[in-house]
Design a protein around this ligand. Sequence first.
Ligand code: F6P
Length: 334
Amino acid sequence: MLTTIGVLTSGGDSPGMNPAILAVARTAQSKGVHTVGIRNGYDGIFTGDFLRLGDRAMSTILERGGTILQSSRCKKFYSEEGREQALKILREAGIGGLVVIGGDGSLTGARFLHQMGMPVIGIPGSIDNDLYGSDMCVGVDTAANTIMQLVDKIKDTARSHRRCFLVEVMGRGSGYLALTTAISSGAQVAVIPEYRVNIPRILHLLRERYEKTKESSTIILAEGVCPAGEFIRRLEEEAGDSSLLQEVRTTVLGHVQRGGAPTHFDRLLACRMGELAVNALLQGESGSVTTLNKGRMALKDLNDVLGRKRHPAPEIIRLARHLQIEFGDVVEPS
Ligand code: F6P
């Protein structure tokens, strides 16, 4: 019988990890099960950095960004020997099931533990929204809101000075944040890794807009394409003698995108996923991840999710096209 579960956060923090931790601990408590928080990701297993998650630890975490359990990217867990050691430590601590909150790397670690016999359920926590099989990961909505609000501010200056702004956003290999915030912030161009950038078309669009309206323009660049400086160089090279017409300024948003209080959407999603993860463990499930599909929660096998590329949803692509956002050309499979 499962009497104690462990919970850890791993990889890059994301807003909503705390509500997920809270929902795990409260759901477990309501079923008479103890929750142990493992601090500092998988590293905390090796150092025995465990924390009993009682009511006091939980009382103020819902609205806080980051993760109260702290996080890391643990090298020791990459080796089989390290994982064997981790399993032994977890068992000795009486932990009979584990909830891992993190991105694809962290969930790959979770799958290893599951394969070794430890019951594990994953919760996708990452601002990148790159997990195949879930419409949203915990933290994406907050990050997208942060980006949108910052681009709104940048646009005040862009309009006042008739400038073009290039804004680089996070997302690792995924263009989700760039494309969806281009839509919500009214940018003219989104440059994303899933589509091949068309520089001549971007230049034509910027020039035409400036010549006809003297309006500013905004380009949202996903970090997975190339760094902002390199992208500006490519624009300038292609523009050649005819120049870019407008002054171009660059803003790299960086880690402000990962911080801040989670939005209502992220708190609710995190709580729903935390509850599902505990119920699943108590029903003997393992090796799965909690997902959101068309508004409903579902458990999916980690084998069906990990290592697969998530593409932008066709309805988002269609919307971007109808809103006349330039986002490049389809990459034909080679
Ligand atoms: O995976 C989340 C993420 O914020 C990515 O978007 C970004 O590329 C990376 O983590 C940054 O990692 P770090 O915080 O280690 O610099």
